[in-house]
Ligand binder design. Structure first.
Ligand SMILES: [Zn+2]
Length: 95
């Protein structure tokens, strides 16, 4: 059931109620003062399908269903490639 926002006319503020989509009342009683409150029409809280945040959310959700397969043993020694060609750098201490 979706959540709908209602606003009390007596400055009580907004409150939310859940109703089935087939039976949405235009007014509801305020939980604080009991007066009628009108329904506020706002934008739906839907995610944008192609935004980076939505893609990250989809990728994160897919890892739970189908985790990536490891193709190599972790911790294997990698081939060391020389970064510098300066001969003085060879004299520096090694980790
Ligand atoms: Zn009220």
């Amino acid at each position: 059931m979706p959540t709908y926002v209602y606003r009390c006319d007596d400055a009580c503020g907004d409150f939310t109620q859940r109703h089935p989509m087939a039976d949405i009342p235009d007014a509801a009683s305020c939980p604080e003062c009991g007066h009628d409150a009108r329904r506020v029409i706002g934008s739906p809280a839907l995610g944008v399908g192609d935004s980076p945040a939505m893609r990250l959310h989809d990728a994160t959700r897919s890892t739970a269903d189908s985790p990536t397969v490891v193709t190599s043993v972790p911790g294997q020694r990698r081939k060391i490639t020389r970064v510098s060609s300066n001969p003085l750098h060879r004299k520096l201490p090694r980790p």
